[in-house]
Write a protein that binds this ligand. Sequence first.
Ligand code: GLA
Length: 377
Amino acid sequence: MIAQTEDVVVQAFTSRFGGRPRVFAAPGRINIIGEHTDYSEGLVMPAAIDRFCLVAMARNGSDTIRAMALGRQEEAEIAPSFVRSGSWVDYVSGVRQSLRDAGIEVPGCDLVIHGNVPEGAGVSSSAALEISTMLAMLACAGVTASPVEIALWAQSAEAKYVGVPCGVMDQFISANGIAGHALVLDCRSLTYERAPVPPNVAFLLIDSTVRHRLVDGGYAARRADCETAAEQLGLRVLRDASHAMLDKSILSERQMRRARHVVSENERVVMAAQALAAGDLSKVGCLMNESHASLRDDFDVTCRETDILADIASQTSGVYGARQMGGGFGGAVLAFVDAGAVATASGTIRDAYRVQTGILANSLVCRIADGACEITS
Ligand code: GLA
């Protein structure tokens, strides 16, 4: 699949700009558990998936960066200094600006961008775009950087320039993913352990088709709640909170729920990693169900449709557990499923969702892939 997409971007590049480009790919991601914990320096358990954003790049000998988004049939010249436009161009321009902040100047080049990471479904098409663009721009500048630096610069592009105050999870896993493994990532130290995923399970993503818009402020509001709750508790971040510290006389009812989500979700990541290592798949599934309940009741980031979907999925035969995944306010539900049951489960879940909501959901079975790299053949 990636080879076919590579042919498409190379051909588009050659017919638009001429010459033969180098091609870079970065994956989207799933997150098994550990939601809305990364920006409190907590624990997450993401994996890179076999859906990629590809960027074809060649230097053009000028001062200008031109970028073409193939799927949209749009082309833009990147302004010399960052000006927010509210479109896909912000990601390209933001990455260039973030590299500049790190002291790396990107020479003039042409870029063709194309991918198959679904947008708005919670699988981080934005991180895939940022990381693939960053690899292309670093190659253009002749600079090598570590995957951790790449992740941090891309996070800064999104937070500072695109305007979503995200954590580091999505960019980190897109740059560092390992095929067949989830990573148990500590978002404070940026160290991780590999968590091998057994071959007899599958990850089924069911897109509620209700679209979130993180830029709309819900995400930033949750982050602000976590920051004020930490401050009230005399902590820098909620990573350092414990259940015993969550005092009703200090925190408002809302802050209490936000903090309880973060504390309990960090615990669930540890337990899920242990259960996965022990082959206790039912336990992993239970923890995912509990994560959804916490996102719904304490963090208030689910919506009617994803609640229905998670509920249906978790009760479907062959499914160990299910939860809304990603930033929230809609998007996709991730079901952790017995590999032999995945096709039937997918049909059952979509049928029941249609009956209850009238919405026809899309679904996708994700394979766990490697992180970003150059794929020029
Ligand atoms: C988005 C952000 C991540 C993370 C998740 C929620 O995907 O980009 O940093 O906060 O939401 O877990």
